[in-house]
Design a protein around this ligand. Structure first.
Ligand code: EPS
Length: 405
Protein backbone atom coordinates (compact mmCIF):
# COMPACT_ATOMS: atom_id res chain seq x y z
CA UNK A 1 0.00 0.00 0.00
CA UNK A 2 1.51 3.27 -1.07
CA UNK A 3 1.79 5.93 1.59
CA UNK A 4 -0.27 9.04 0.90
CA UNK A 5 2.28 11.62 -0.22
CA UNK A 6 2.84 14.36 -2.77
CA UNK A 7 5.44 16.33 -4.65
CA UNK A 8 5.06 19.64 -6.43
CA UNK A 9 6.68 20.98 -9.58
CA UNK A 10 6.67 24.27 -11.40
CA UNK A 11 8.29 27.70 -11.50
CA UNK A 12 6.54 30.89 -10.47
CA UNK A 13 6.53 32.22 -14.06
CA UNK A 14 6.58 28.87 -15.87
CA UNK A 15 3.56 27.33 -17.60
CA UNK A 16 1.96 25.78 -14.50
CA UNK A 17 2.27 24.63 -10.90
CA UNK A 18 1.61 20.91 -10.49
CA UNK A 19 1.21 18.42 -7.67
CA UNK A 20 1.59 14.67 -7.99
CA UNK A 21 -0.27 12.82 -5.25
CA UNK A 22 0.38 9.14 -4.62
CA UNK A 23 -1.43 6.71 -2.34
CA UNK A 24 -5.00 7.97 -2.71
CA UNK A 25 -7.65 5.26 -2.51
CA UNK A 26 -9.87 4.61 -5.51
CA UNK A 27 -13.42 5.93 -5.47
CA UNK A 28 -12.79 9.25 -3.75
CA UNK A 29 -15.11 11.86 -5.20
CA UNK A 30 -13.24 15.10 -5.88
CA UNK A 31 -15.14 18.28 -5.16
CA UNK A 32 -13.59 20.59 -7.75
CA UNK A 33 -15.68 23.54 -6.58
CA UNK A 34 -14.32 23.11 -3.05
CA UNK A 35 -10.71 22.76 -4.27
CA UNK A 36 -11.04 25.86 -6.44
CA UNK A 37 -12.59 27.78 -3.54
CA UNK A 38 -9.42 27.05 -1.55
CA UNK A 39 -7.30 28.30 -4.45
CA UNK A 40 -9.36 31.47 -4.72
CA UNK A 41 -9.04 32.16 -1.00
CA UNK A 42 -5.28 31.61 -1.23
CA UNK A 43 -5.09 34.31 -3.89
CA UNK A 44 -6.84 36.83 -1.72
CA UNK A 45 -6.22 38.85 1.43
CA UNK A 46 -5.28 42.48 1.91
CA UNK A 47 -1.59 43.09 1.19
CA UNK A 48 -1.21 41.04 -1.98
CA UNK A 49 0.66 42.50 -4.95
CA UNK A 50 -0.23 42.82 -8.65
CA UNK A 51 0.30 39.16 -9.54
CA UNK A 52 -3.02 38.05 -8.11
CA UNK A 53 -4.88 40.38 -10.45
CA UNK A 54 -3.35 38.44 -13.34
CA UNK A 55 -3.92 34.92 -12.05
CA UNK A 56 -7.25 33.13 -11.75
CA UNK A 57 -6.26 29.85 -10.17
CA UNK A 58 -8.26 26.72 -10.95
CA UNK A 59 -7.31 23.07 -10.79
CA UNK A 60 -7.30 20.63 -13.69
CA UNK A 61 -6.67 16.92 -13.29
CA UNK A 62 -4.18 15.38 -15.71
CA UNK A 63 -4.11 11.84 -14.33
CA UNK A 64 -5.65 9.55 -11.73
CA UNK A 65 -9.24 10.76 -12.07
CA UNK A 66 -12.12 9.31 -14.05
CA UNK A 67 -15.64 10.69 -14.04
CA UNK A 68 -14.87 12.85 -11.02
CA UNK A 69 -13.49 10.04 -8.86
CA UNK A 70 -9.96 8.84 -8.12
CA UNK A 71 -8.88 5.69 -9.94
CA UNK A 72 -6.27 4.54 -7.41
CA UNK A 73 -3.44 5.64 -9.71
CA UNK A 74 -1.20 8.66 -9.08
CA UNK A 75 -3.20 11.88 -9.26
CA UNK A 76 -1.58 14.72 -11.20
CA UNK A 77 -3.15 18.12 -10.75
CA UNK A 78 -2.23 21.34 -12.45
CA UNK A 79 -2.83 25.04 -11.94
CA UNK A 80 -2.02 27.13 -14.97
CA UNK A 81 0.12 30.28 -14.62
CA UNK A 82 -1.27 33.13 -16.69
CA UNK A 83 1.87 35.15 -16.00
CA UNK A 84 4.00 32.66 -17.94
CA UNK A 85 7.23 34.31 -19.15
CA UNK A 86 10.10 32.26 -17.77
CA UNK A 87 11.93 32.08 -21.11
CA UNK A 88 11.56 35.77 -21.91
CA UNK A 89 14.89 37.39 -20.93
CA UNK A 90 13.43 40.89 -21.14
CA UNK A 91 10.37 40.37 -18.95
CA UNK A 92 12.07 37.84 -16.71
CA UNK A 93 15.71 38.97 -16.52
CA UNK A 94 18.58 37.45 -14.55
CA UNK A 95 18.79 38.55 -10.90
CA UNK A 96 22.31 39.37 -9.69
CA UNK A 97 21.56 41.29 -6.49
CA UNK A 98 20.17 38.73 -4.01
CA UNK A 99 17.39 39.76 -1.64
CA UNK A 100 18.25 39.13 2.03
CA UNK A 101 15.73 36.61 3.38
CA UNK A 102 14.90 35.06 -0.01
CA UNK A 103 16.45 31.89 -1.46
CA UNK A 104 18.41 34.04 -3.94
CA UNK A 105 21.96 33.95 -2.54
CA UNK A 106 22.06 30.39 -1.18
CA UNK A 107 20.29 29.07 -4.28
CA UNK A 108 22.68 30.82 -6.69
CA UNK A 109 25.73 29.45 -4.89
CA UNK A 110 24.18 25.99 -4.59
CA UNK A 111 23.68 25.76 -8.35
CA UNK A 112 26.99 27.51 -9.13
CA UNK A 113 25.67 30.60 -10.85
CA UNK A 114 25.57 34.35 -10.29
CA UNK A 115 21.98 34.48 -11.59
CA UNK A 116 19.49 33.91 -8.75
CA UNK A 117 16.57 33.46 -11.18
CA UNK A 118 16.30 29.65 -11.22
CA UNK A 119 16.37 29.39 -7.43
CA UNK A 120 13.90 32.21 -6.84
CA UNK A 121 11.44 30.92 -9.43
CA UNK A 122 11.19 27.60 -7.63
CA UNK A 123 11.44 29.04 -4.09
CA UNK A 124 8.59 31.45 -4.85
CA UNK A 125 5.42 31.09 -2.81
CA UNK A 126 3.58 30.51 -6.09
CA UNK A 127 4.32 26.85 -5.33
CA UNK A 128 1.85 27.01 -2.43
CA UNK A 129 -0.98 26.91 -4.99
CA UNK A 130 0.02 23.27 -5.63
CA UNK A 131 0.27 22.45 -1.94
CA UNK A 132 -3.09 24.07 -1.27
CA UNK A 133 -4.76 22.04 -4.00
CA UNK A 134 -3.14 18.81 -2.76
CA UNK A 135 -4.38 19.54 0.75
CA UNK A 136 -7.85 20.31 -0.57
CA UNK A 137 -7.89 16.90 -2.31
CA UNK A 138 -7.00 15.30 1.03
CA UNK A 139 -9.86 17.22 2.65
CA UNK A 140 -12.29 15.61 0.19
CA UNK A 141 -11.34 12.35 1.92
CA UNK A 142 -11.25 13.66 5.48
CA UNK A 143 -14.72 15.14 5.31
CA UNK A 144 -16.23 11.67 4.86
CA UNK A 145 -15.14 11.12 8.45
CA UNK A 146 -16.26 14.48 9.83
CA UNK A 147 -12.71 15.88 9.99
CA UNK A 148 -12.58 19.62 9.37
CA UNK A 149 -9.58 21.94 9.11
CA UNK A 150 -9.99 25.62 10.00
CA UNK A 151 -7.22 28.19 9.58
CA UNK A 152 -7.14 31.89 10.37
CA UNK A 153 -4.80 34.78 11.07
CA UNK A 154 -3.99 34.98 14.78
CA UNK A 155 -1.76 38.06 14.88
CA UNK A 156 0.32 40.60 13.00
CA UNK A 157 2.76 42.84 14.91
CA UNK A 158 0.88 43.91 18.06
CA UNK A 159 -2.61 43.14 16.70
CA UNK A 160 -3.64 39.76 18.11
CA UNK A 161 -7.01 38.07 18.51
CA UNK A 162 -7.69 35.94 21.58
CA UNK A 163 -10.56 33.95 20.06
CA UNK A 164 -10.62 30.26 21.00
CA UNK A 165 -12.17 28.25 18.14
CA UNK A 166 -14.46 25.34 19.06
CA UNK A 167 -16.38 22.99 16.79
CA UNK A 168 -19.66 24.42 18.11
CA UNK A 169 -18.64 27.95 17.04
CA UNK A 170 -17.11 26.88 13.75
CA UNK A 171 -19.88 28.14 11.47
CA UNK A 172 -19.96 31.56 13.10
CA UNK A 173 -16.15 31.84 13.12
CA UNK A 174 -15.88 30.77 9.50
CA UNK A 175 -18.31 33.46 8.38
CA UNK A 176 -16.50 36.07 10.48
CA UNK A 177 -13.16 34.98 9.01
CA UNK A 178 -14.50 35.00 5.46
CA UNK A 179 -15.93 38.48 5.97
CA UNK A 180 -12.48 39.76 6.97
CA UNK A 181 -10.05 41.08 4.34
CA UNK A 182 -7.22 39.55 6.36
CA UNK A 183 -8.90 36.24 7.28
CA UNK A 184 -9.09 37.06 10.98
CA UNK A 185 -12.47 36.30 12.60
CA UNK A 186 -12.13 39.27 14.98
CA UNK A 187 -13.34 42.50 13.25
CA UNK A 188 -11.47 44.92 15.53
CA UNK A 189 -8.18 43.01 15.22
CA UNK A 190 -8.73 42.76 11.44
CA UNK A 191 -9.01 46.52 11.27
CA UNK A 192 -5.71 46.96 13.13
CA UNK A 193 -3.97 44.33 10.99
CA UNK A 194 -5.09 46.13 7.82
CA UNK A 195 -3.73 49.39 9.23
CA UNK A 196 -0.33 47.77 9.91
CA UNK A 197 -0.18 46.38 6.35
CA UNK A 198 -1.19 49.72 4.87
CA UNK A 199 1.53 51.50 6.86
CA UNK A 200 4.16 48.92 5.83
CA UNK A 201 3.27 49.60 2.21
CA UNK A 202 3.61 53.35 2.71
CA UNK A 203 7.04 52.73 4.28
CA UNK A 204 8.01 50.45 1.35
CA UNK A 205 8.38 47.66 3.89
CA UNK A 206 6.76 44.24 4.54
CA UNK A 207 5.14 42.37 7.46
CA UNK A 208 4.59 38.74 8.53
CA UNK A 209 2.68 37.35 11.52
CA UNK A 210 1.14 34.25 13.05
CA UNK A 211 -1.47 31.90 11.55
CA UNK A 212 -3.28 29.08 13.33
CA UNK A 213 -5.04 25.91 12.24
CA UNK A 214 -7.50 23.80 14.24
CA UNK A 215 -8.51 20.34 13.02
CA UNK A 216 -11.77 19.04 14.47
CA UNK A 217 -13.25 15.53 14.52
CA UNK A 218 -9.93 13.66 14.49
CA UNK A 219 -10.13 10.13 15.93
CA UNK A 220 -7.90 9.21 18.83
CA UNK A 221 -4.77 7.20 17.93
CA UNK A 222 -3.51 8.62 14.61
CA UNK A 223 0.28 8.89 14.20
CA UNK A 224 2.60 6.75 16.28
CA UNK A 225 4.98 6.99 19.22
CA UNK A 226 6.78 3.90 17.88
CA UNK A 227 9.28 5.82 15.76
CA UNK A 228 10.31 9.49 15.64
CA UNK A 229 9.32 9.99 12.04
CA UNK A 230 5.88 8.51 12.61
CA UNK A 231 4.93 11.16 15.17
CA UNK A 232 2.24 13.37 13.75
CA UNK A 233 3.57 16.48 15.48
CA UNK A 234 6.97 15.89 13.85
CA UNK A 235 5.33 15.57 10.45
CA UNK A 236 3.17 18.63 10.98
CA UNK A 237 6.22 20.65 11.99
CA UNK A 238 8.11 19.58 8.85
CA UNK A 239 5.12 20.28 6.60
CA UNK A 240 4.45 23.71 8.10
CA UNK A 241 8.13 24.73 8.17
CA UNK A 242 8.16 23.81 4.49
CA UNK A 243 5.74 26.63 3.72
CA UNK A 244 7.63 29.56 2.21
CA UNK A 245 8.75 32.17 4.78
CA UNK A 246 7.74 30.15 7.87
CA UNK A 247 10.27 30.40 10.69
CA UNK A 248 8.53 28.71 13.65
CA UNK A 249 5.86 26.11 14.39
CA UNK A 250 4.05 25.50 17.65
CA UNK A 251 1.62 22.78 18.72
CA UNK A 252 -0.99 23.70 21.35
CA UNK A 253 0.57 25.79 24.10
CA UNK A 254 3.86 25.66 22.17
CA UNK A 255 6.70 27.74 23.55
CA UNK A 256 4.56 28.81 26.52
CA UNK A 257 5.13 25.31 27.97
CA UNK A 258 8.60 26.48 28.98
CA UNK A 259 7.16 29.05 31.36
CA UNK A 260 4.72 26.82 33.29
CA UNK A 261 4.88 23.86 35.65
CA UNK A 262 3.61 20.42 34.62
CA UNK A 263 0.39 20.80 36.60
CA UNK A 264 -0.38 23.92 34.57
CA UNK A 265 0.50 22.36 31.22
CA UNK A 266 -0.92 18.84 31.06
CA UNK A 267 -4.59 18.40 30.23
CA UNK A 268 -6.51 16.34 32.86
CA UNK A 269 -8.21 13.20 31.50
CA UNK A 270 -11.95 12.86 32.11
CA UNK A 271 -14.35 10.25 30.81
CA UNK A 272 -17.89 10.98 29.63
CA UNK A 273 -19.81 7.82 28.61
CA UNK A 274 -22.32 9.91 26.65
CA UNK A 275 -19.47 10.85 24.27
CA UNK A 276 -18.34 7.26 23.76
CA UNK A 277 -19.70 7.13 20.23
CA UNK A 278 -17.52 10.06 19.14
CA UNK A 279 -14.04 9.84 17.60
CA UNK A 280 -12.48 10.60 21.03
CA UNK A 281 -14.24 7.51 22.47
CA UNK A 282 -15.56 9.51 25.45
CA UNK A 283 -12.24 10.87 26.68
CA UNK A 284 -12.68 14.55 27.33
CA UNK A 285 -10.13 17.11 28.42
CA UNK A 286 -11.10 20.38 30.09
CA UNK A 287 -8.09 22.06 28.45
CA UNK A 288 -6.18 21.43 25.21
CA UNK A 289 -2.66 22.65 25.93
CA UNK A 290 -1.29 19.59 24.12
CA UNK A 291 -2.94 20.79 20.92
CA UNK A 292 -4.55 17.37 20.43
CA UNK A 293 -1.23 15.49 20.31
CA UNK A 294 0.43 13.36 22.99
CA UNK A 295 3.37 11.10 22.19
CA UNK A 296 3.03 12.16 18.57
CA UNK A 297 -0.49 10.66 18.44
CA UNK A 298 -3.88 12.30 18.29
CA UNK A 299 -5.64 12.20 21.66
CA UNK A 300 -9.17 12.96 20.47
CA UNK A 301 -8.97 16.70 21.11
CA UNK A 302 -8.74 19.13 18.19
CA UNK A 303 -5.27 19.47 16.67
CA UNK A 304 -3.95 23.01 17.13
CA UNK A 305 -0.94 24.18 15.10
CA UNK A 306 0.48 27.69 14.90
CA UNK A 307 2.96 28.95 12.34
CA UNK A 308 5.06 32.10 12.31
CA UNK A 309 5.69 33.73 8.97
CA UNK A 310 8.52 36.20 8.57
CA UNK A 311 7.93 39.42 6.61
CA UNK A 312 8.17 38.96 2.83
CA UNK A 313 11.79 39.36 1.78
CA UNK A 314 11.20 41.53 -1.30
CA UNK A 315 11.25 45.11 -0.05
CA UNK A 316 10.35 47.96 -2.39
CA UNK A 317 13.17 50.02 -0.88
CA UNK A 318 15.63 47.10 -1.11
CA UNK A 319 18.14 45.90 1.49
CA UNK A 320 21.94 45.98 1.67
CA UNK A 321 23.30 43.24 -0.57
CA UNK A 322 26.10 42.41 -3.00
CA UNK A 323 26.15 42.40 -6.80
CA UNK A 324 27.22 38.84 -7.63
CA UNK A 325 28.85 39.96 -10.89
CA UNK A 326 31.19 42.47 -9.22
CA UNK A 327 31.02 41.39 -5.55
CA UNK A 328 30.50 45.07 -4.75
CA UNK A 329 27.91 46.40 -2.32
CA UNK A 330 24.50 47.06 -3.94
CA UNK A 331 20.86 47.38 -2.94
CA UNK A 332 18.95 44.12 -3.46
CA UNK A 333 16.85 43.68 -6.59
CA UNK A 334 13.18 44.65 -6.40
CA UNK A 335 10.74 42.33 -8.15
CA UNK A 336 6.99 42.90 -8.00
CA UNK A 337 5.79 41.21 -4.82
CA UNK A 338 3.37 41.27 -1.90
CA UNK A 339 3.56 43.56 1.14
CA UNK A 340 1.95 40.83 3.24
CA UNK A 341 0.81 37.31 2.33
CA UNK A 342 -0.21 36.27 5.84
CA UNK A 343 -3.91 35.75 5.02
CA UNK A 344 -2.90 33.54 2.08
CA UNK A 345 -0.52 31.64 4.37
CA UNK A 346 -3.44 30.78 6.67
CA UNK A 347 -5.17 29.09 3.71
CA UNK A 348 -1.99 27.27 2.71
CA UNK A 349 -1.48 26.04 6.26
CA UNK A 350 -5.12 24.97 6.64
CA UNK A 351 -4.64 22.68 3.63
CA UNK A 352 -1.05 21.57 4.29
CA UNK A 353 -1.99 20.50 7.83
CA UNK A 354 -5.03 18.63 6.48
CA UNK A 355 -2.82 16.68 4.10
CA UNK A 356 -0.62 15.46 6.98
CA UNK A 357 -3.70 14.41 8.96
CA UNK A 358 -4.99 12.54 5.90
CA UNK A 359 -1.60 10.87 5.54
CA UNK A 360 -1.67 9.37 9.05
CA UNK A 361 -5.38 8.62 8.66
CA UNK A 362 -4.65 6.56 5.55
CA UNK A 363 -1.75 4.86 7.31
CA UNK A 364 -3.98 3.67 10.14
CA UNK A 365 -7.02 2.89 8.00
CA UNK A 366 -5.15 1.70 4.92
CA UNK A 367 -7.15 0.50 1.94
CA UNK A 368 -7.09 0.50 -1.85
CA UNK A 369 -10.63 1.83 -1.98
CA UNK A 370 -12.74 4.29 0.00
CA UNK A 371 -14.96 1.38 1.07
CA UNK A 372 -12.01 -0.41 2.68
CA UNK A 373 -10.88 2.75 4.45
CA UNK A 374 -14.40 3.33 5.79
CA UNK A 375 -14.70 -0.21 7.00
CA UNK A 376 -11.27 -0.08 8.68
CA UNK A 377 -12.22 3.20 10.43
CA UNK A 378 -15.51 1.73 11.69
CA UNK A 379 -13.83 -1.48 12.76
CA UNK A 380 -11.16 0.34 14.81
CA UNK A 381 -13.65 2.54 16.64
CA UNK A 382 -15.91 -0.48 17.18
CA UNK A 383 -13.07 -2.50 18.73
CA UNK A 384 -11.90 0.43 20.84
CA UNK A 385 -15.42 0.83 22.21
CA UNK A 386 -15.32 -2.76 23.51
CA UNK A 387 -12.62 -1.74 25.99
CA UNK A 388 -12.16 -2.40 28.88
CA UNK A 389 -13.88 -5.72 28.12
CA UNK A 390 -12.00 -8.41 26.17
CA UNK A 391 -11.43 -7.76 22.49
CA UNK A 392 -11.97 -10.55 19.93
CA UNK A 393 -8.16 -10.91 19.74
CA UNK A 394 -8.16 -11.99 23.41
CA UNK A 395 -10.48 -14.87 22.64
CA UNK A 396 -9.32 -18.49 22.66
CA UNK A 397 -6.60 -19.40 20.08
CA UNK A 398 -7.56 -21.39 17.02
CA UNK A 399 -7.55 -25.15 17.18
CA UNK A 400 -4.07 -26.60 16.67
CA UNK A 401 -4.97 -28.27 13.37
CA UNK A 402 -5.98 -24.88 11.94
CA UNK A 403 -2.61 -23.30 12.68
CA UNK A 404 0.70 -23.73 10.87
CA UNK A 405 2.22 -25.50 13.90
C1 EPS B 1 6.67 35.75 -4.76
C2 EPS B 1 6.59 36.91 -5.52
C3 EPS B 1 5.31 37.36 -6.13
C4 EPS B 1 4.16 36.75 -5.37
C5 EPS B 1 4.37 35.25 -5.38
C6 EPS B 1 5.50 34.92 -4.46
O1 EPS B 1 5.18 36.91 -7.45
P1 EPS B 1 5.46 37.86 -8.68
O2 EPS B 1 6.94 38.08 -8.66
O3 EPS B 1 5.00 37.14 -9.91
O4 EPS B 1 4.69 39.13 -8.43
O5 EPS B 1 2.94 37.15 -5.95
O6 EPS B 1 3.23 34.57 -5.00
C7 EPS B 1 2.41 34.10 -6.00
C8 EPS B 1 2.61 34.29 -7.28
C9 EPS B 1 1.28 33.34 -5.49
O7 EPS B 1 0.47 32.90 -6.32
O8 EPS B 1 1.19 33.20 -4.26
C10 EPS B 1 7.94 35.28 -4.21
O9 EPS B 1 8.98 35.83 -4.58
O10 EPS B 1 7.97 34.36 -3.36
Amino acid sequence: MAVLSYLTAGESHGPAVSALIGGLPAGLELDVEFINAQLRRRQGGYGRGGRQRIESDAVSFQAGVRQGKTTGGPLLLQIRNRDCRLDDPVRTPPVYRPRPGHADLAGAMKWLTTDCRNALERASARETAGRTAAGAVARCLLRHFGIISFGFVRSLLDAQTDIAPTQERLKELRSARDASDVYCPDPEVSRRIIEHIRQAKVDKDTVGGVVEVHVFGVPIGLGSCAQFDQKLDARLAAAVMGIQAFKAVEIGLGIQCAYRRGSEVHDPINYDPTMRDGPALGFVRPTNNAGGLEGGMTNGMPIVVRGTMKPISTLLRGMPSVDLNTMEAARSTYERSDVCALPAASVVMENVVAFEVARVFCEKFAGDTMEEIKSSYDSYLGLARLLPQALPADAAPMEADQTEA
